[in-house]
Design a protein around this ligand. Sequence first.
Ligand SMILES: *[C@@H]1O[C@H](CO)[C@@H](O)[C@H](O)[C@H]1NC(C)=O
Ligand SMILES: *[C@@H]1O[C@H](CO)[C@@H](O)[C@H](O)[C@H]1NC(C)=O
Ligand SMILES: *[C@@H]1O[C@H](CO)[C@@H](O)[C@H](O)[C@H]1NC(C)=O
Length: 202
Amino acid sequence: MEAPAGFLVVSLLLSCFVATSYGVYFSSLNQTLIVTATFTQGKVLKAGEDQITVSWRFNQTYRAGTDSDYKTVKVKLCYAPISQKDRSWRKTEDRLKKDKTCPHKIVARPYTASNNTFTWTVEKDIPSGVYFVRAYALNAHEQEVAYAQTTNVQKDKNLFQIQAITGRHVSLDIASVCFSAFSIVSLAGFFYMEKRKGKSSQ
Ligand SMILES: *[C@@H]1O[C@H](CO)[C@@H](O)[C@H](O)[C@H]1NC(C)=O
Ligand SMILES: *[C@@H]1O[C@H](CO)[C@@H](O)[C@H](O)[C@H]1NC(C)=O
Ligand SMILES: *[C@@H]1O[C@H](CO)[C@@H](O)[C@H](O)[C@H]1NC(C)=O
C-alpha cells in the first residue's frame, strides 16, 4: 500500500517540476490579441514626460471561446533588435522565463475582450532606445497563452524611439536635491529654536 502512495507523490512532484521547468515558448503562442500604441507621431518620446496610449482587444476573427482561459493581460515595453545589439542583458530567448526583450511593465489588467485602454507616461528610468509594445494574455496559472505586438514578426516596422531622462534634467534634479537639503536644515533649525524657546519659558 505504502510503496504506490510514495511513488504517486514522487511522480506528482516530478511532473510539477517538469511542467514548471519546461516553461512557455514564445513561438508556441498565437497572436490572438490586437494591440495599438498611440503617441505624438514622428517625435522622440521623452522619458518622464511623454505619454503612450495603449489599447488592446481580442481579434474577433479567432473562434469565440479561444480566449476562455485568458485571465490577465500584461502590457510591456520591449526593445527592438537594434537596441538589443551587443547587449546580452536584453537578449531575446524563445523560452519566456529567460527572455529579456520586454523588461518594462506598462500595465496589467484583468482580461476583457474589448474596450481596453491605458495611458502611460514613459517612466523616468526607461533608457534611451528603440521600442515596441507587446501584450501577453496570461491564464489562471500566470502562464502566457497568447500575445499581440505593435510591430511585425521581424520587429522592424512601426517602432518608436525613447530618449532617457539622463542629461536632460540634471540641473533640475540638482536643484531639487539642494532644495530638500535646505528644507532639512531649516527644519532642524526650526526645532532647535522651538526647543530653546521652550527652555527659556520654563
Ligand atoms: C494556437 O493555435 C493552434 C491552432 O488553432 C492551437 O492548436 C494551439 O493550441 C494554440 N496555442 C496556444 C498556446 O493556445
Ligand atoms: C486578426 O487575425 C487574423 C487571422 O490571424 C489576421 O489575418 C488579421 O490580420 C488579424 N487582425 C488584426 C487587426 O491584426
Ligand atoms: C466601451 O466603453 C464605452 C465607454 O466606457 C461604453 O460606452 C461601451 O459600451 C463599451 N463597449 C463595450 C463593447 O464594452
